[in-house]
Design a protein around this ligand. Structure first.
Ligand code: ZN
Length: 107
């Protein structure tokens, strides 16, 4: 597993709950703050269908969000093309997994 991938998994586990907690049902529009919290998940294709639709709607409606999305995507592309080959030591990966598991149990 590459370091960027591992970082994403870790960040994903922690942040996703926060986003989903704030994303209440029956909403048909994201705030700019929610949009900015979801950008990475959109890029990594980790949103649900509903979240994805809300995200795309906001992307069309808000220029600031659209600009942020383009910048984030460029950064992610840059990271991906540069860190792809670096591997995380197995022991570190295992330690992080354990911590994520504990964090998940606490939710
Ligand atoms: Zn916006």
């Amino acid at each position: 597993m590459g370091i960027h991938c591992l970082f994403n998994n870790l960040k994903g586990s922690v942040d996703k709950w926060l986003v989903k907690l704030s994303l209440k049902k029956n909403r048909n529009r994201l705030t700019c703050k929610e949009f900015s919290e979801m950008v990475h998940y959109f890029i990594d294709n980790e949103l649900s269908t509903r979240e994805r639709l809300l995200f795309q709607k906001q992307l069309e409606k808000c220029t600031a969000c659209k600009e942020q999305f383009q910048v984030e995507q460029e950064i992610v592309n840059l990271i991906r093309s540069n860190v792809k080959k670096k591997e995380v030591p197995i022991a570190l990966e295992e330690e992080i997994r354990q911590k994520v598991k504990i964090y998940e149990l606490l939710q």
